[in-house]
Design a protein around this ligand. Structure first.
Ligand code: PEP
Ligand code: MG
Length: 541
């Protein structure tokens, strides 16, 4: 029977295929007394060196810079002096080489988990290092991806960088993990390789090998034993990367179709009208301190350079809550989603915001891209005005804010007196409108973008934009649903920003309708009593 699971969409696109689970890690043998400690230390070091060489070789062989960077970091970990000293000490205190390795790496792992956030997300890197070194100590093959002999959906607790780096998109149709997050290495590497991925999906490990599963990395939905048949080839993965699609209705009403990205690497091979949401968090996440101006300028300039002459909306750091950053964890908040996150981080660390704005302005000065800057999690007009003043003083004339809380949506018109544009973030707007954690599979019905209350708030924003003649876009994942995109266009939304992979289908849906048909679909959806009725009414029109 078909079963629906939910996780977090971490790499866009969808694919269906038979599930195969990553092999279990090597088991430690029963401990034996150490008779020759020096030989045992040599055995442990030889194993670590072999693993370090193996990971370094993969880093250099990787065809993609993010992968190289992540694997180099893991190789450096394997060469870490304190790690080796700890292992030598553990051997001399009576542990055999594989046990010494496992004990010392477990201590490092606990330290990372205690630090929380992004550092905790790196625990999987240490687990992988342990499994590899233990396997090398025991003379076993290194842990490897399954090889069923045909394309498949890879299921795992989480993927280590060394595994994720080996993902061959022609073999691995999609990835499904029970752990992980949007910022875990699984997600970053899968996005870089264009493999649809859903992470944090409870129930993933219960799927038996060989069971058909559909993984939708755009919506986070996982269908076990889907009804529709599937050709299990890489070609069945859909949709393809965006080609040069210009957003407009059949009768020429323009609705810009823009890309959501986290780095310049995601624009490789993609041709889009512009970038509607450049999430800058990825740049900050590998750091124990905020990145300096030069590093930021280089990262922003790479995106602006790739989008020469086109629009780029860059968002200032959106840290906190579901996007924790190591250097911001000064205290544990009881309820991080309602705490210091997004623009509010500037209450404590205005220096980070000022540095970022200065870096954006510097990168924009030497680029022909039409750079606009926007702030996340803005709740009052005063915050918006303050942010706009900071940006304009730095020489960035086009400033907007995201609408992610109902407080901003209901005062959209007043916000548009302080800033040049609004961008509705439906992911967070759903979360805060329905008081439902955006990561919760159990509350997925409340997070359905077709919920009438969400539609009403988006309609308020779009109407405010039309009234004052300023752009109002949508950059949440809801824009990836072609039917919903038609409704958004009909509400008067001026741009839709989404994972590049979703653009062709949305472009096709818009191109098939006149603007009046979009408006009728919007009116039908707004009149719906619940998500199902809204969806049905929009389709009927
Ligand atoms: C949103 O909240 O809809 C959004 C686009 O921002 P993020 O998903 O990065 O929070
Ligand atoms: Mg958001």
């Amino acid at each position: 029977m078909t079963e629906l699971l939910r996780g977090l969409g971490a790499s866009p696109g969808a694919a269906t295929g038979p599930a195969y689970r990553l092999a279990d890690p090597p088991r430690l043998p029963a401990p034996r007394p150490v008779t020759d400690p020096d030989a045992e230390v040599d055995r442990a070091f030889a194993a670590i060196d072999a693993v370090r060489r193996d990971i370094s070789a993969r880093a250099e062989a990787a065809d993609e810079p993010t992968t190289t960077e992540i694997l180099r970091a893991q190789a450096a970990l394997a060469g870490d002096r304190t790690l080796r000293d700890g292992i030598a000490m553990a051997v001399r205190s009576g542990h055999e080489a594989p046990h010494a390795v496992a004990t010392v790496l477990a201590e490092h792992r606990s330290a990372l988990l205690a630090a929380g956030g992004l550092l905790a997300a790196r625990a999987v890197d240490l687990d992988d290092l342990r499994d590899r070194v233990v396997a090398a100590c025991l003379g076993l093959p290194m842990p490897a991806l399954p090889r069923p002999g045909h394309p498949f959906v890879l299921v795992a607790v989480d993927l280590a960088p060394a595994d994720a780096a080996l993902l061959d998109p022609s073999e691995v149709l999609a990835v499904l993990t029970s752990a992980g997050s949007y910022v875990s290495h699984t997600a970053i590497l899968a996005r870089a390789r264009g493999v649809p991925t859903v992470v944090a999906c409870s129930g993933a490990l219960d799927i038996a090998d060989g069971t058909a599963v559909k993984v939708d990395g755009t919506t986070g939905r996982v269908t076990v034993r889907p009804r529709e048949p599937y050709p299990a080839t890489a070609a069945s993965r859909s949709p393809e990367l965006a080609m040069d699609v210009r957003g407009a209705t059949r009768d020429g009403h323009p609705v810009a179709l823009l890309a959501n990205i986290g780095s310049a690497a995601e624009l490789a091979g993609v041709c889009v009208e512009g970038v509607g949401l450049f999430r800058t968090e990825l740049l900050f996440q590998h750091h124990l301190d905020p990145p300096g101006v030069a590093e930021q300028v280089a990262a922003y300039a790479a995106v602006f350079g790739a989008m020469a002459g086109r629009q780029v909306v860059i968002r200032t750091l959106d840290a906190g809550s579901d996007k924790p950053l190591p250097f911001l964890r000064e205290d544990q908040e009881p309820n991080p989603a309602l705490g210091i996150r997004g623009l509010r981080v500037a209450r404590r660390r205005e220096d980070i915001l000022r540095t970022q704005i200065a870096a954006i302005a510097e990168a924009a000065r030497s680029s022909t891209a039409k750079v606009a800057v926007m702030a996340p999690m803005v709740t009052t007009v005063a915050e918006a005005a303050q942010f706009a003043a900071l940006c304009r003083d730095a020489g960035l004339p086009t400033v907007g804010v995201m609408v992610e809380v109902p407080a901003a949506a209901v005062r959209a018109r007043e916000f548009l007196q302080a800033v040049d544009f609004l961008s509705v973030g439906t992911n967070d707007l759903s979360q805060y409108t329905f008081a439902a954690d955006r990561r919760s599979g159990e509350l997925a019905d409340l997070l359905d973008p077709w919920q009438p209350a969400l539609l009403s708030l988006v309609a308020l924003c779009a109407a405010a934009g039309q009234a004052v003649g300023r752009p109002v876009g949508v950059c949440g994942e809801a824009a990836t649903d072609p039917d919903f995109a038609v409704v958004l266009a009909g509400l008067g939304v001026t741009s839709l920003s989404m994972s590049p992979a979703a653009i062709p289908a949305v472009g096709a849906a818009l191109a098939a309708r006149t603007f009046d048909e979009c408006r009728a679909a919007a009116a039908g959806a707004l009149a719906g009593a619940d998500p199902a009725a809204a969806r049905a009414a929009a389709r009927r029109r």
